[in-house]
Design a protein around this ligand. Structure first.
Ligand code: 6GU
Length: 225
């Protein structure tokens, strides 16, 4: 999968993909992330990319021309499955959405700043708008990093058996069960006996029961869906 990210603060998008599973995905050639600095594509002087909003009001708006120039260039080079705009008024990002996006070949992600982007870019180019939650971030970059991480780890071959996504919270609509490692007795608190019994079937049943119980207690809404 190839993901092109458009940003006015590209430095925010280096570290999130330089470590751990994202790093391995890129090294294996399964994920290619290209971050583009929007200022490199503006036709305006002094690398201007934003301007006052028509109608007045506080806050700048990202101008359409620099975005259109870069979007046209990318779209002339390959076909994109979606042009995603990160915005707090977008569709809520959930595991279902991540699963679906992980099957795509080429994606563009636009990170907004200030008051957001000129609405004509949304009308003319954007095919999908994503929010990562009901709170406001100062820009779309951290949200884009969340989305790319959630998608990237689902690309076939990125995770191995040990990191398998199959048992993640949400993947089966339930929260994950509790996990333990050594020591079996930590300051007097013991690992549940069943995990030491050696019977995989019994352990699976216990884990499923724990998943159900956690979901009932913490996120009962998930059981209704
Ligand atoms: Cl995608 N962008 C911004 N700026 N704030 C957000 C968000 C996105 N999702 C939740 N809050």
């Amino acid at each position: 999968m190839r993901i092109d990210i458009i940003s006015v603060v590209p430095d925010l998008l280096t570290s999130p993909f330089a470590h751990s599973i994202m790093k391995r995905a890129r090294e294996k050639g399964l994920l290619e992330v290209n971050v583009h600095n929007l200022r490199d594509y503006t036709p305006y002087r002094q690398a201007q990319v934003d301007d006052y909003q028509f109608g007045g009001g506080a806050g700048m708006v990202m101008m359409p021309e620099p975005l259109a120039i870069l979007l046209d260039k990318l779209k002339s080079e390959r076909n994109y499955d979606d042009v995603i705009y990160m915005t707090p008024d977008g569709t809520m990002f959930e595991q279902k959405v991540a699963n679906r996006l992980s099957m795509k070949e080429n994606l563009i992600i636009i990170c907004g700043h200030y008051k957001g982007i000129d609405d004509r870019i949304r009308q003319m180019y954007v095919t999908m708008e994503i929010s990562i939650g009901d709170y406001v971030l100062s820009g779309g970059e951290l949200a884009a990093a969340v989305v790319v991480d959630a998608i990237g780890r689902l690309i076939p071959g990125v995770l191995n058996d040990e990191t398998s996504a199959l048992f993640d919270s949400f993947q089966d609509g339930l929260l994950a069960p509790p996990v333990y490692t050594r020591p079996a007795d930590f300051r007097g608190v013991k690992v549940p006996d069943i995990l030491l019994c050696g019977d995989p079937k019994k352990i699976d049943e216990w884990r499923h029961e724990q998943s159900l119980q956690r979901t009932r207690e913490r996120r009962p809404g998930l059981l209704e869906d």
